[in-house]
Ligand binder design. Sequence first.
Ligand code: MN
Ligand code: MN
Length: 324
Amino acid sequence: MSQDPKLQPRYSGIPTFMRTPFVPELEGLDIALVGVPFDGGVTNRTGTRHGPREVRNQSSLMRTINQATGVAPFELVNVGDAGDAVPDSPFELLAAHASIEAFFRRIKAAGVVPIAAGGDHSITLPILRALAQEGPLALVHFDAHCDTGDFYLGSRFHHGSPFKVAAEEGLIDPTKTIQIGIRGSVTDRDIWKFSYDSGMRVIHIEEFYQLGLDAVIAEIKRVVGASPVYVTFDVDGLDPVYAPGTGTPEIGGFTTFEAQQMIRSLAGLDIVGADVVEVSPPFDPSGVTALTGATMMFELLCVSALALQRRRDAADTHSGNDGG
Ligand code: MN
Ligand code: MN
């Protein structure tokens, strides 16, 4: 299958992410697009287990060149669809997380950069466990919620707590973590206390619009610096007019264009992995949420390809392999 719509119509063939080849064994891949069809960590409205399949379907609308930035990711790096990280025991949260972690450990061991489509936000925890082997990562986190909550209905692990657990496990550096788009009603005034106490930079939506996009982008770069960084994009960070198909919608969010501008601004950061989570197709028969998810994945792919190319250039320079 070719990604080039000039060679094969985009509505044809078996749907993979962005019409890339299906490469479950990861041979020759630089970047793996992965589905994580799991929503056992959802606290309320479920359905994100259907996210990867619908994102794959809508992702056939992606073309090959980013018109705004000029980046052509499929020319820079080898990209493939590595299939789904299917939990062995999908009804047992901790066992499911363990098998998701094992899937991403295999990707990490192969030297491949993963870009995942969830799934609920709890899946980011096992992905971080697989990727943060050399030390804590910086984190750019788009979301209406900080997801640094505590025990909920007796469980420490759910889609409202991955970044508290990740910080406690030393997978992310809270002082190099930025959370953007936070809003909505809460049940407890201190619900996101952990974010503040641990030193995360929290940008509520009110501050987002007060600062303006350029200042928010400058803040992302200041917080992350040159550290290896994971990027996690919860579609409920967007206003629900752009992403109605999600379990925990909150009105008053940023726009899809603002999200694209923010992701494009990550060019230059040392991105080591990314995900788009919380696409819940049953709540959106129009499919626009999955299209939004697929488009954010494409934007993340473009900046991840640039980061990978830069790491390679640096390695070539250091080893003296590069004549030019
Ligand atoms: Mn979230
Ligand atoms: Mn959220």
